[in-house]
Design a protein around this ligand. Structure first.
Ligand SMILES: [Zn+2]
Length: 213
């Protein structure tokens, strides 16, 4: 049977040239080589994050996704697995049912929790000069910024924000043709609590750092 009609024949999702057999995401030789470069970059980044003392992992649970959404829970974890911060947050606005369905937090759960105003000074101190790693950093950063703005308080300004989701996307190498970029993946092993998602992010970094290829 000629090669081009065998069921194994695959075409590169980026350029539609014939895929390399050895390329797990099905790239052609050129795009496989480029992906290997990106993947090595992600592995190097994960090793750097795990070995750098002033890196902290952060995650939040929120009242939603839009421009009105606020922080409901926030956790900070060291790369050694030490819990640096873990608190519920009493929001100013209501908690939509759809948000509660995700993380099980409702108004009763946070009725006795401190407000973001009360937590803000400790968060500023903990994040000062830290590299903050978040699974989907753009989202948590936006929610934190808009929560700070709602209280008319200064935005949290760590040394830098790093996104574990974008690094993991490069590491996995699955192509998203619609976005013309590596596909984003849901956080594996997350439990929709801020601390649980920090731990799942740490485990994701560890998996990436272990890679020997
Ligand atoms: Zn290609």
């Amino acid at each position: 049977m000629p090669k081009h009609v065998t069921p194994q024949t695959k075409y590169c999702p980026r350029c539609h040239h014939l895929a390399e057999q050895r390329s797990t995401p099905g790239y052609c030789a050129a795009h496989h080589a480029e992906w290997q470069l990106h993947r090595r970059g992600a592995v190097t980044w994960a090793r750097w994050a795990l070995a750098t003392r002033n890196v902290v992992l952060l995650d939040t649970e929120t009242t939603g996704l839009d421009s009105q959404a606020e922080v409901l829970e926030i956790a900070l974890l060291s790369t050694q697995g030490e819990v640096l911060f873990d608190s519920l947050v009493r929001p100013l606005g209501p908690i939509p049912v759809a948000a509660t369905a995700v993380h099980q937090l409702d108004a009763d759960a946070v009725a006795q929790a401190p407000s973001f105003r009360e937590l803000h000074p400790r968060l500023v101190a903990l994040l000062r000069k830290r590299f903050v790693v978040v699974y989907n950093a753009a989202f948590d950063r936006r929610i934190l910024d808009q929560t700070c703005a709602r209280y008319d308080m200064a935005a949290l300004r760590p040394a830098a924000w790093h996104c574990a989701m974008l690094e993991y996307a490069k590491f996995s190498g699955v192509w998203n043709a619609a976005k013309q970029d590596y596909r984003w993946h849901k956080l594996q092993g997350g439990d929709h609590s801020a601390l649980g998602d920090c731990r799942a992010t740490l485990a994701t970094l560890a998996r990436m750092a272990e890679e020997t290829g």
